[in-house]
Design a protein around this ligand. Structure first.
Ligand SMILES: C[C@H](O)[C@H](O)CC(=O)C(=O)O
Ligand SMILES: [Mg+2]
Length: 394
């Protein structure tokens, strides 16, 4: 029997959490006065949704093969991404063999260079790429981690991101990453409050539990340096995404400025091997954090990861649920993974892309057995209760 070909590509949008994990209702820790590049405007300081952090929503890409098998993936991108899939990228898939993943990636990337390279276009390419891997896994009846060359460990270990590292510790995670709440516009008082929050959390979790701060691109070099120096006495393990993603020079300087032993991490808003090459060659960070749904998908992440390995940098993907789990299982330089606490009070473990996927595994005692990832493809299905909308039906 020949290799199946791709018959049809469809793009849908979906609201309410899931792959656009900032698309949450009122009262969620993820939208509670978190420092951002927009915090200098007081009217956009309290809620990230006020400046439009959830404006895109989720993109669902579905790819149907000639043998009737359907692969799919979700990422952030919503309606503009659906337009790009249906009006532009679908032409490179329909009629191609399901194994043509490398060629399709190249055609998607090269053909969008004149308006793409990063941001929503790469999110979209990532979504298509992940759906292709899901399809291939389903056709071959193998989980994606096996298609990638096989797992290097039987169990994944997780740190938790959320407002309550103290609760994450009780749930068995190896560390807790908190959002930074006050940016430079809130002055010395804000800096003091940031350090007090860290000190309180250190008090609660004891000396050995990892504590990290996620600054979501909100700081400048001077503030980030002061924060890192002040946080050292509370054993801050890493300072994350302190500066805007384009400030490679600032990151290189920050890495020199932080106290010895403290790590600098970034990359969740970086994309492709070329973006990560800048971070790695300029010595910007110790850990890169590509988001599998935003950096170019699995096809590109394999290349990014090899580059990082040669620079002695760890690859700890940002969020991205099953797409990250299947990848992390296969890499020596990804010794642990992130789990984003999506419960509104960060007080229980719920699937990261809840409610959009069914069969989405979660860590138990901060760990996940490889056997939780043994279903074909990425091992998840779309929740039929979620309302799909196809804005650019062909
Ligand atoms: C908590 C952060 O502001 C953001 O919402 C998530 C993130 O950057 C991360 O998980 O890393
Ligand atoms: Mg982050």
């Amino acid at each position: 029997m020949g290799i199946p070909t791709i018959k049809h590509v469809r793009a849908f949008t979906l609201r309410g959490g899931g792959a656009d994990y900032h698309d949450q209702a009122d009262g969620h820790w993820i939208d509670d006065h978190i420092a951002t590049p927009m915090s200098k405007y007081p009217e956009y300081r309290q809620s990230r949704r006020t400046f439009g952090i959830n404006v895109l929503g989720t993109l669902v890409v579905e790819i149907e093969a000639s043998d009737g098998t359907v692969g799919f993936a979700v990422t952030t991108g919503g309606e503009p991404a659906a337009y790009i899939v249906e009006k532009h990228l679908a032409r490179f898939l329909e009629g191609a063999r399901v194994t043509d993943i490398e060629k399709i990636w190249d055609q998607m990337y090269q053909s969008t260079l004149y308006y793409g390279r990063k941001g929503i276009v790469i999110n979209t390419i990532s979504g298509v790429d992940l759906a292709l891997w899901d399809l291939l896994g389903k056709i071959r009846q193998e989980p994606v981690h096996q298609l990638l060359g096989g797992a290097v460990r039987d169990e994944l270990q997780f740190y938790a991101t959320g407002a309550r590292p103290d609760l994450a510790q009780k749930m068995g995670f190896i560390g807790g990453k908190m959002p930074l709440h006050h940016g430079p516009a809130e002055g010395e008082e804000g800096l003091r409050k940031n350090l007090e929050e860290l000190a309180t959390m250190r008090e609660r979790v004891g000396p050995d539990f990892w504590l990290m701060l996620d600054c979501w691109m909100s700081l400048d070099l001077n503030y980030a340096t002061k924060l890192a120096v002040g946080a050292h006495e509370y054993g801050l393990k890493w300072i994350e995404e302190a500066l805007p993603p384009d400030d490679y020079w600032g990151y290189a300087a920050l890495r020199n400025n932080v106290p010895k032993g403290m790590l600098v991490t970034t990359g969740e808003h970086e994309a492709t091997r070329w973006g990560f090459r800048m971070l790695l060659e300029m010595g910007c960070c110790d850990i890169i954090q590509p988001d599998v749904g935003w950096c170019g998908g699995i096809t590109e992440l394999v290349k990014i990861s090899a580059l990082a390995d040669a620079h002695n940098a760890l690859v700890i993907p940002h969020g991205s649920s099953v797409y990250s789990y299947h990848f992390v299982a296969t890499r020596h330089n990804s010794p642990f993974a992130e789990f984003l606490m999506m419960a509104p009070k960060a007080d229980e473990v719920v699937p990261m892309f809840h409610p959009q996927l069914l069969g989405e595994p979660v860590p138990v005692n901060g760990r996940m057995r490889l056997s939780a990832l043994d279903q074909p493809g990425f091992g998840v299905t779309l929740n039929p209760d979620c309302q799909l909308h196809r804005p650019y039906n062909r």
